[in-house]
Ligand binder design. Sequence first.
Ligand SMILES: *Cc1c(COP(=O)(O)O)cnc(C)c1O
Length: 368
Amino acid sequence: MSSNYKSLGIRPIVNANATLTKLGGSLMPAEVRQVMQDAAQSFVDMHDLQQKVGGRLAEITRNEAAFVSCGAATGLLLATAACIQKASGATYENFPNPPETQNEVIVQRMHRNPYDYAVRQAGASLVEIGTMNGTSPDDLENAYSSSTVAIFWFQGDMNQPYELSLKDVIQSAKKHGVPVIVDGAAQLPPASNLWNFTQQGADLAIFSGGKDLSGPQASGLVVGKWEWIERLRVLGAPNHGVGRPMKVGKEEMMGLLAAVERYVSLDHDHLLEVYEQRVQIWIQGLNGKGGLSAKRDYPNEAGQPVPRALVQLPDKLPKDQLVAQLMDSEPAVSVAPSEALNAILLNPMTVSDEETQIVLDQILSLIY
Ligand SMILES: *Cc1c(COP(=O)(O)O)cnc(C)c1O
């Protein structure tokens, strides 16, 4: 067969960047691939499978209920749609036509991010509160209206003390009878986030299956209250509703289940040691060489409690040039440019030990 990357002229990339969708997210471990392969060999009742997989995922993640979506972005879309649909009373067949009038989702200004497109795609109108400098309790209290259907919370490294805390938001939302949706797509590790947000009182929390969980790239995990998961499920495929264009295959459902089962049983303390060692290999191998200055940076770009290496470059070597040269090298190596500094960032989560060395060697070969 000629259906392989090589025959298409697609080069494998050593990923020292992050679990980026544009690089393929993450790599599935053998046990996940095997479960998907097994799942591919029989027809099944997909309604039944989604419910049974959801039940098992709920147990593993210590939640009332769970749902497998086609990526976290679909989870955001269906979660929002469920909130709008409850307010409007529409059935899945007629949602969202005619356009629903109760569709306001409250979001802190600081939580706006490119992925909230999925919230708006569900037909929500975002009601921004606060500024980039902060949000006050009054900002939130004044934002509720008879059209409010949900509060959207984006968990990330930008969460600051001067914004409203998740605890305060949940407390207020409960008073008003409004559900809280947490986008925690990239907030694993720590694995405890699989239950932390919902145990704090969030109604739904959403994670990418294709990032650190290392499940199928086109999978997402929604966990939370039974009532909301049930609404989401009805709006989703294989029903012919808003979620039908974002269907999840039986292979992805089983693959995500296997990935989550594996993830919660991993020795995350040991993994962290491995990450620290890789970062030290990069720092010791690069610091002081060819005008480079390398040090440990923490936490990483997603706010995950994981270190990375920050490598500052001499002025004569602009970061974008080095990033491009690494992508052109053999093998291709992807690293992240720093936003603020003339520096690159090396992420130990998406490489193997062997690739840690390859990244180091490629950088050394390019700086002299
Ligand atoms: C990656 C990401 C998403 C989208 O996740 P997919 O699984 O790729 O759909 C949504 N929100 C945030 C904050 C993310 O980092």
